[in-house]
Design a protein around this ligand. Structure first.
Ligand code: 48N
Length: 282
């Protein structure tokens, strides 16, 4: 026997009855209601890695009146914090990023200038669960941002005004299927945290480059000290309506990479949230 609130008689155990269609309706009714609700979002965050989820956590708690949509191409969240530099599981964050880990209530071991969380998955799952518990956030995972919505501005320029999305599996097959119509989400601010280059990485930077709106610079070689300071300092609105955070910045500012240390991802997410709040409050 193990400690549990209920005691089961496994000989007579039976679930309550159900029809398969009830499960489908329970899921699709809610999903399509969310698509309808978030078709007009206040803020869209692209990428549910460490910087994107941190930005979502700060924003959704600071402004419970704002609707925040998170678009994540993978089925699972976490980005490089789950899959990339975490073959060795433990997660290093340099101080002062320990403040955020304390706020999340995650245990860690203290070293002189950094802290170590025993498993990267502990950090990202705790952060994700706290974000998803917030009533003004919706995560659309397995969903890819495949274009930006833009609008002309009064001074004859252009600003980003939303995103174009498709289920990731559809996005991956545009070449061998017709370009199946995408979905759109209008929003005043987009925070792009799609990581450094990779199959889908650095998406919004690459899209602005393709339009000739900004220049493309390649991510620099590994230098932990320079990289982490630069990523946090450079987190900003790189184009009207578009804030870039995390490693995607290295693809427009040619910041160095830092390897498997995540303090800059967390504080870049914090800074991106503050940049978005400043824009909202002006
Ligand atoms: O974890 P990432 O890749 O991005 P960040 O910036 O949050 O964290 C970067 C960090 O993991 C590192 O790269 C570490 C520090 N290594 C540094 C180094 O030296 O190598 O998360 C980006 C997320 C992923 O989950 C992608 O699936 C997702 O963004 N994504 C997208 N989601 C929707 N639409 C897209 N077009 C898209 N592109 C990427």
């Amino acid at each position: 026997m193990y400690a549990t609130s209920a005691v089961y008689d496994w000989d007579t155990f039976k679930f309550e009855p159900i029809r398969e269609s009830q499960v489908s309706r329970a899921m699709t009714r809610r999903y399509f209601k969310d698509l309808d609700t978030y078709a007009e979002s206040d803020i869209v965050i692209v990428g549910a890695g460490s910087s994107g989820l941190t930005a979502a956590y700060i924003l959704a708690r600071a402004r419970p009146d704002l609707k925040i949509a998170i678009i994540e191409a993978n089925v699972a969240v976490g980005g490089g914090c789950f899959l990339g530099g975490q073959l060795f599981s433990s997660m290093v964050l340099r101080k002062p990023a320990d403040n955020f880990i304390k706020e999340l209530g995650i245990e860690y071991e203290e070293e002189e200038h950094f802290i170590v969380v025993k498993h990267a998955a502990l950090f990202i799952t705790k952060l994700c669960s706290k974000v998803l518990e917030l009533p003004n956030v919706k995560l659309f995972n397995a969903t890819c941002v495949e274009d930006l919505i833009t609008r002309p501005t009064e001074d004859g320029k252009v600003r980003v005004a939303g995103v174009v999305t498709n289920w990731t599996l559809v996005s991956m097959h545009h070449d061998d299927q017709s370009c199946m119509d995408p979905n759109t989400i209008n929003a005043k601010i987009i925070i792009s945290c799609t990581g450094h280059d990779g199959p889908m990485g650095a998406f919004c930077v690459k899209r602005l480059v393709s339009q000739g709106y900004i220049n493309r610079n390649q991510m620099g070689c590994l230098d932990m000290n320079r990289a982490e300071d630069a990523i946090v300092k450079n987190t900003r609105e790189i184009f009207p309506g578009l804030i870039v955070a995390g490693m995607e910045l290295s693809e427009c500012d040619s910041c160095n990479r830092m390897g498997p240390t995540f303090g800059a991802m967390v504080l870049s997410g914090v800074k991106a949230a503050e940049e978005a709040l400043n824009i909202y409050e002006t």
